[in-house]
Design a protein around this ligand. Structure first.
Ligand code: ARG
Ligand code: ZN
Ligand code: CA
Length: 256
């Protein structure tokens, strides 16, 4: 990308209890986090170690609330739907369907759909990759993991809105930084992320070597690892190039 592109987002809040019906302010805090993280304007870029700073990237992708709905009418970019379902299964993907107690997505060639609901089994979020069936296309985030405090209830581990940063990374084609399995033979197919054995959890300290990735070790500061929100602060140049390729091909319609 030579220029910055903007992806219109519709947030579908699907709630049973009033606490699941999170506020507009909470959603706007999430939007700001996405725009900071994808443009490398996040306040914690200083936590990227000096040896990884040269790899850190501005992806040149931004997000805005959708302004026009699929019927051509003005919208806030936030839909709110009360449901009788008390939680939603990741396996069944029910939140994406009117007939299952959720909400059908808006045309995914025109919008990034983000559902916010009570996902069962302690799942923070999940995403489709480019090329998924149109009716499942989008990202789902647990209502407790949206945006930054005060209403985000995931205490310190997942309270900075990085679940959505990570999931939208998948939606734009990025794999987990360690690859598909816990071996050194699989990878994320990104050249400048160090080959890494498996996911990092919590927040490691210092250099953690795996798969002969000396001298700097695992890039557990990357948004596509599994560390805590406060531990992650970067995409790489290679990931940004990959995202740009996706935005120029399979996801191109969403920016036009
Ligand atoms: N487990 C989820 C996934 O694989 C989300 C991980 C989010 N991590 C975070 N620090 N918020 O897509
Ligand atoms: Zn993931
Ligand atoms: Ca890699």
């Amino acid at each position: 990308l030579t220029e910055v592109v903007t992806i219109p987002v519709v947030f579908h809040v699907v709630y049973n209890t009033s606490s699941e019906n999170i506020s507009d302010e909470q959603i706007l805090s999430q939007l700001q986090i996405l725009n900071n993280d994808f443009r490398r304007l996040n306040a914690d870029t200083v936590n990227t170690p000096s040896y990884f700073q040269p790899y850190a990237a501005d992806t040149r992708v931004e997000f805005c609330l959708a302004a026009i709905d699929p019927n051509g009418d003005p919208t806030t970019g936030i839909t709110r739907t009360q449901t009788s379902k008390t939680s939603f299964s990741y396996i069944k993907d029910e939140v994406k369907s009117d007939s299952e107690g959720g909400v059908d997505n808006w045309d995914p060639t025109q919008y990034l759909n983000v559902w916010i609901c009570n996902i069962s089994n302690n799942i923070l979020g999940y995403a489709t990759f480019p090329g998924a069936p149109a009716n499942t296309d989008g990202v789902v985030i647990h209502y407790n993991a949206v945006g930054s405090p005060p209403a985000n209830r995931y205490e310190w581990s997942y309270n900075l809105g990085r679940t959505a940063t990570h999931e939208i990374g998948h939606w734009l084609g990025l794999n987990h930084i360690w690859g598909a399995g816990s071996t050194c033979n699989d990878s994320d197919e990104i050249e400048d992320t160090p080959n890494q054995l498996e996911e990092s959890v919590d927040c490691p300290e210092g250099i953690v070597v795996s798969c002969d990735n000396e001298p700097y070790g695992n890039m557990y500061q990357n948004f596509m690892d599994y560390t805590n929100d406060a531990c992650m602060n970067m995409f790489t140049q290679g990931q940004a190039a990959y995202i740009n390729a996706v935005v120029n091909s399979s996801r191109n319609s969403v920016i036009n």
